[in-house]
Design a protein around this ligand. Structure first.
Ligand SMILES: [Zn+2]
Length: 104
């Protein structure tokens, strides 16, 4: 997804994880200088920027989180998974091994 923001909006929403919020694989944030704000009250000056543009993401769908990412399947020890999920699965596997070794 491509999300255009005014400078004020970009400052206001600096900490937002847009891909998590919009439930999409990836968000490119574009700043439109001099544009008025659509999402922040009291900043209506300037021409308004465009609406978000949605298009298919590039890459393969991760079998665990379903995000479509270019990195999916690049780790040989975690076929079909993105890097984040590969780390989570490896950590869970390690916890199981540790629990078995400790007899739990
Ligand atoms: Zn994943």
């Amino acid at each position: 997804m491509e999300l255009t923001l005014s400078e004020k909006e970009a400052a206001e929403f600096a900490g937002v994880n847009w891909s998590e919020l919009a439930i999409v694989s990836h968000v490119d944030v574009l700043i439109a200088p001099q544009s008025g704000s659509v999402y922040v009250e009291g900043d209506e000056g300037g021409e308004l920027h465009g609406a978000p543009v949605v298009r298919p993401a590039e890459g393969e769908k991760c079998a665990r989180c379903w995000k479509v990412l270019p990195e999916t399947g690049t780790r040989a020890d975690a076929p079909g998974l993105c890097l984040r999920c590969a780390d989570v699965v490896a950590e869970q596997e390690q916890q199981v091994v540790t629990a078995v070794q400790e007899g739990q």
